[in-house]
Design a protein around this ligand. Structure first.
Ligand SMILES: *Cc1c(COP(=O)(O)O)cnc(C)c1O
Length: 486
């Protein structure tokens, strides 16, 4: 029966031609991204088109699906390819990363386990990551969707280390386990405590100093208070590059404290870890190599296409004790495809997993760690330049120190509610297609937040964003004056 044999094309030549066209189109898109708007909202008709189509029952030409991609997806994507996308902390991706995704998709490897080369590639990438943060050869690790899940894994491994592997059978019950993180820690740490069943009440958020770093004396007080109250401190979470302003906790002192108290030190270095690749920035991370586990992303400052997070555990035995399985259908054999000792499914919650490692491997192998480090350094230089310009502009006020690559500021030459005004300026900027910063709250004030992460960002982009904030702020301020006068 025609069409019932398999899902390979009847006409390989025409699908091949379509594939080549897709590749050429995506190269054109990447090459011209600077000339395109950063972002544009989906028109109503496009939005509706996504809500109306029923489950497709009959086969159709893949060219039709590609045409829909061209008209209804491509122009309305996130915008993070663009050099003036400065919102949140998003990586820019690379053409080489795109090609690696194509190869990985073609291979369709399942990296949950077994004995095959894609697993070896992932081990290689984990070894490189361990070298990057300064971990010993005893380290283990896993590529995961992102730092949120990597942090959850860190919490779970710390729990097992504290309670012993029997906690996997008995559960934590009404455990008195308590953990500590800075008040500037990412929200996914709180969620990790929730998902691990330890409860968000068991996470103590320690206030920060003016530079956004955890205040050590307050941390010591909190630990002493908990111990006196019969709680069981088990985990210290340091942040290397806070989400709001890029602050780095005093990691060396946290490592000392962890050593002294026997607490597990986990560091959320989601984007900050990449600073380890720059000889100039590396000293900022001193102490990271003493952590028990580190979570970070290759998909942010590492520019690897989404998604590519990473968890590293200094002593592999702890990670294995947390996730190792002995299900019969996952039995290891001395020979054959079921060979290999530790499988990735022994190190994390996923069984089936894609070949995320290839895009990380190809990115590092092509561009080299030094080049990525230099690019990270340039982002920090651009951030300093942006801060200096803001400090020179009377209409702008900087709201936080710039430790790495994040600049928080606002337009102050207006009357009335400055929070509202700045939120409008950010929405204006995004809708104009000129730039896409985001917002956050610093000391109760709404800030325009520019995170310089994209490898395509240049001096002229930073200038253009500041110019646009000034002109849009002034336009809104004048309009408000006219409205008041009228
Ligand atoms: C981005 C970020 C996270 C979350 O990482 P995902 O990859 O989005 O899951 C956690 N912590 C910090 C500091 C971050 O910047």
């Amino acid at each position: 029966m025609r069409g019932m044999d398999d899902l390979d094309p009847d006409d390989w030549a025409s699908l091949r031609a379509l594939g080549h066209r897709m590749l050429d189109d995506m190269f054109d898109h990447l090459q011209s991204v600077r000339e395109q708007p950063v972002w544009q909202p989906m028109p109503t008709a496009v939005r509706h088109s996504w809500e109306q189509e029923r489950l497709p029952r009959a086969p159709r030409d893949p060219a039709a699906a590609y045409a829909a991609f061209r008209s209804r997806v491509l122009p309305y994507a996130t915008g993070n390819l663009h050099p003036r996308f400065m919102g949140w902390v998003h990586g820019g991706g690379t053409p080489v990363g795109m090609l690696a995704e194509l190869l990985a998709g073609g291979l369709n490897a399942n990296c949950g386990g077994r004995d095959h080369a894609p697993i070896a590639v992932e081990r290689q990438v984990i070894a490189w990551a361990a070298e990057m943060v300064g971990f010993p050869d005893t380290a283990s690790g896993l590529l995961v969707t992102g730092t949120s899940i990597a942090n959850l894994i860190g919490v779970l491994v710390a729990r097992t280390a504290a309670c012993g592997a029997s906690v996997r059978q008995t559960g934590v019950g009404r455990s008195p386990l308590v953990a500590y993180a800075s008040a500037a820690a990412h929200g996914c740490i709180v969620r990790a405590m929730d998902m691990a069943g330890l409860g968000t009440d068991a996470l103590r958020l320690i206030p920060t100093d003016a530079a956004g770093r955890m205040r050590l004396p307050l941390l010591r007080d909190a630990i002493a208070r908990d111990e006196a109250a019969g709680c069981r401190p088990f985990l210290l979470v340091g942040t290397a590059g806070s989400v709001d302003i890029g602050a780095i906790d005093p990691l060396e002192a946290l490592a000392d404290l962890a050593q002294e108290t026997g607490l597990w030190l986990h560091v959320d270095a989601a984007f900050g870890a990449m600073a380890a690749l720059s000889p100039r920035l590396r000293p900022l991370l001193a102490g990271l190599e003493r952590a028990d586990s580190v979570a970070f992303d290759f998909h942010k400052w590492g520019q690897v296409p989404y998604d590519a997070g990473c968890i590293l555990v200094r002593e592999a035995a702890h990670q294995l004790a947390t996730f190792g399985t002995d299900a019969a259908y996952l039995r290891r054999t001395a020979r054959g495809l079921a060979g290999g000792e530790t499988w990735p499914c022994d190190l994390g919650p996923d069984l089936s997993r894609g070949f995320r490692a290839l895009k990380v491997w190809m990115t590092l192998r092509t561009h080299g760690a030094d080049r990525i480090g230099a690019m990270v350094e340039r982002s920090c230089e651009l951030a300093q330049m942006m801060a200096a310009r803001i400090d020179r502009e009377p209409a702008l006020e900087r709201l936080a120190p710039v430790a790495l690559n994040i600049v928080c500021f606002r337009f102050v030459a207006g009357t009335g509610d400055l929070d509202q005004l700045n939120a409008e300026i950010v929405a204006d900027l995004q809708e104009s297609g000129i730039a896409a910063p985001s917002t956050t709250t610093i000391d109760g004030r709404l800030a325009i937040r520019a995170a310089l992460v994209n490898h395509r960002t240049r001096v002229e982009d930073v200038e253009r964003v500041i110019d646009a904030v000034l002109s849009m702020g002034q336009a809104r301020a004048h309009k408000a004056q006219r409205d008041n006068a009228a």
